[in-house]
Design a protein around this ligand. Sequence first.
Ligand SMILES: CC(C)(COP(=O)(O)OP(=O)(O)OC[C@H]1O[C@@H](n2cnc3c(N)ncnc32)[C@H](O)[C@@H]1OP(=O)(O)O)[C@@H](O)C(=O)NCCC(=O)NCCS
Length: 173
Amino acid sequence: MKIVIETPRLILREILPEDDKGIFELDSDPEVHTYLGKRPITSVQQAKDAIAFIRKQYVENGIGRWAVIEKESGAFVGWSGLKLMKELTNNHINYYDLGYRFIKKHWGKGYATETARATVDYAFNKMALSGIYGMAEAGNARSRHVLEKVGLRHEGQFMYDGVLHDWFKISKM
Ligand SMILES: CC(C)(COP(=O)(O)OP(=O)(O)OC[C@H]1O[C@@H](n2cnc3c(N)ncnc32)[C@H](O)[C@@H]1OP(=O)(O)O)[C@@H](O)C(=O)NCCC(=O)NCCS
């Protein structure tokens, strides 16, 4: 098991096939999917497919979202981190997107903020990127708040999948 980042309370490591039950708990919850297109999954097979999709990105792109593990309990609590975006999005392509998604019972503990901050540091200091981006559905106030708290600036709005989204960026100082 490769640990990529360690924060005071959390470990970020590669998503593994055995995270399927955790991903199912995460992605079958309609509330988690409120601002993600409202298409929660309905089977563990879909969770396995999602894991395979992310693990393929590790091989092809050298990076993908990481599993977040609570140190105290050893529990899978969600995912966070960077994704190389290879499809044209808001007129950008081949850029790194900061994202996160947590099982509902773990919301409000500051985990999104803790992992996003550590990811920004990793992007600039380990990967030597010059900038990273973030996006969130316009109603997703929690996510917007996290992106802004860790230093991303709101740069405008755009339509994605027929829904208004906010667009954010942080550049290396
Ligand atoms: C968005 C999400 C990742 C936030 O995770 P989290 O671990 O609860 O976030 P944090 O605890 O680090 O921070 C949440 C912040 O939003 C604030 N917040 C909570 N509810 C809010 C609301 N309704 N409106 C605005 N801000 C809100 C909290 O007070 C906190 O800020 P603070 O630390 O300054 O008090 C989580 O809710 C989630 O997984 N949502 C579903 C998936 C998703 O939407 N992902 C983002 C896609 S762009």
